[in-house]
Design a protein around this ligand. Structure first.
Ligand code: NAD
Length: 485
């Protein structure tokens, strides 16, 4: 299967003959060679999706819901296997990969529900102030869509795009990350196992410059939904502009965590660590800027140092491991580059700052905390996407809010306070798409995902995630015509 692409319901050999070496980041061993496509394969996949669109777009929401639920059950039946595959490719501890698979199942089920509700919403009458006319609205699928995903949450990011796209009645071409294609390819076998019509889902692995860019300029692709870095997001945006395609962008973040003077310090320690070291910090929503009230900073920093140094690093499958390696050599180099830059800037290290000791192989980095980081430091302003936390203190609520909002990004934020009214007041002033009060990265299919400012354009999840794949159509006619018929 790994030597093929999934096009038109079948596993087919790629035309360009390239392969991708897939690495286990804990061992640096090649665990698979995956077939990589090129522009000719994108053409084939888009042609299959275009042909399938004719039938799939005319199915009822209820019919599509049946397929989505069947996919959710098929994932459930293979949950352990899929989680293990994800861990071996991404490096995340097995319990984290299991959570990913559960999230994916919840997403498929949620969009099955929204698909089932769609039929009752079609041809809904729209009240008009203008006399003599009647108008009704329809929600129609956007067309063939191109979905481009990164490597940090394989199967989850993919479910957030594929499930609503199918629910809306779109057909699609998915391009997995070249770093983590293994679990994504299983979606092809799952589509086959539930009898999804050929061409509705197509999967073309390959590089961004070959497959990704071919998708963004393909004339038969109506919309691109992209999750990834700001650097590539900008390229994608320019690329789709030439054909005025629809575009959703889920990009980077530099999210703040605000800890107020009334915080429970033990709880705060857990949430701060989880917000930056889960998935080895490779989270767009990582709360990588920590803002501490002056009065609690010394005590909390001491706790953070102790708890961070006690974190168990290791192979995803080892008992008790809390943090895995960085997912690729490239990401390891990027993160080490930032740490070296922090040292060169003379920043103060609370803990970490080196390649993890005791590992002969693997892209392991010590969980790292820099304190008193100036707001003009690259480490404070740029997304590092690794286990590096930057800390500053504040003395008033207003200062905390100002520091939190002083960022190009606006994906998420955390607030820790025992004063519920105060936390709500602060949450309402923060410029971010999702604010967590006294909780850790709680993401549900019903709530939106996406950011303010340079964190992206549009929203995934919730009804907004479905709208992203729909066109709105109104049909308006004179009342007299209706009355005479
Ligand atoms: P990336 O931008 O390097 O790659 C993302 C995808 O784009 C990959 O599949 C890649 O092959 C493809 N790509 C590369 N060049 C392309 C081109 N010219 N045209 C089209 N596609 C191209 O990102 P990454 O390193 O895989 O992922 C990390 C980034 O993703 C981080 O910045 C992170 O914040 C972001 N991310 C955001 C969210 C979110 O929901 N906002 C979620 C996860 C990750």
């Amino acid at each position: 299967m790994y030597d093929k692409l999934f096009i038109n319901g079948d596993w087919v050999a790629p035309r360009c003959g390239k392969t991708l070496a897939v690495i286990n980041p804990a061992t640096e061993e090649v665990i698979a060679e995956v077939a990589a496509g090129g522009a000719a394969d994108v053409d084939r996949a888009v042609a299959a999706a275009k042909q399938a669109f004719t039938g799939w777009s005319k199915t009822s929401g209820a019919q599509r819901g049946v397929y989505l639920r069947a996919i959710a059950r098929a994932i459930e039946a293979r949950a352990q296997e899929l989680a293990a595959l994800s861990s071996s490719n991404n490096g995340k501890p097995l319990f984290e990969a299991q959570i990913d698979i559960e999230d994916a199942i919840a997403t498929w089920d949620y969009y099955a529900g929204l698909a089932e509700q769609l039929d009752a919403r079609q041809n809904a009458e729209v009240p008009l102030a203008m006399p003599g006319y009647r108008s009704s609205s329809r929600l129609e699928p956007a067309g063939v869509v191109g979905l481009i995903v990164p490597w940090n949450f394989p199967f989850v990011t993919t479910a957030w795009k594929v499930a609503p796209a199918l629910a809306a009645g779109c057909t699609l071409v998915l391009k997995p990350s070249e770093v983590t294609p293994l679990v994504e390819l299983q979606l092809g076998t799952i589509a086959q196992s539930v009898g999804l019509p050929a061409g509705v889902i197509n999967i073309v692995c390959g590089s961004g410059s070959d497959v990704g860019s071919a998708l963004t300029v393909h004339p038969d692709i109506a919309k691109i939904s992209f999750t990834g870095s700001n650097r590539v997001g900008e390229i994608v945006m320019q690329s789709v502009a030439k054909q005025v395609k629809g575009l959703s962008l889920e990009l980077g973040g530099k999210s703040p965590m605000l800890v107020m003077d009334d915080a429970d310090l033990d709880q705060a320690t857990d949430w701060i660590l989880g917000g930056i070291f889960y998935n080895a910090g490779q989270m767009c929503s990582a709360t990588s800027r920590l803002l501490l009230h002056d009065s609690i900073a010394p005590k909390l920093l001491q706790r953070l140092k102790t708890a961070t140094q006690a974190l168990k690093l290791g192979d995803a499958f080892e008992e008790g491991v809390q943090m895995g390696p960085l997912t690729s050599k490239a990401q390891f180099d990027t993160v080490m580059g930032y740490i070296e830059r922090g040292r060169a800037e003379g920043l103060t290290l609370l803990t970490g700052g080196t390649r993890a000791e005791g590992f002969e192989r693997g892209y392991f980095i010590e969980p790292t905390i820099f304190v008193d980081v100036p707001t003009d430091s690259a480490l404070w302003r740029e997304e590092i996407f690794g286990p590096v936390l930057c800390v500053r203190t504040f003395s008033s609520e207003a200062e905390a809010i100002e520091l939190a909002n002083d960022s190009d990004f606006g994906l998420a934020a955390g607030i820790i306070s025992q004063d519920s009214a105060r936390a709500q007041r602060i949450a309402e002033q923060l410029q971010a798409g999702h604010i967590w009060i006294n909780s850790l990265q709680v993401v549900c299919p019903e709530t939106s995902w996406g950011g303010f400012k340079r964190s992206g354009i549009g929203r995934e999840l919730g009804p907004w995630g479905l709208s992203a794949y729909q066109e709105v159509k109104h049909i308006t006619r004179p009342l007299s015509e209706l009355e005479s018929n």
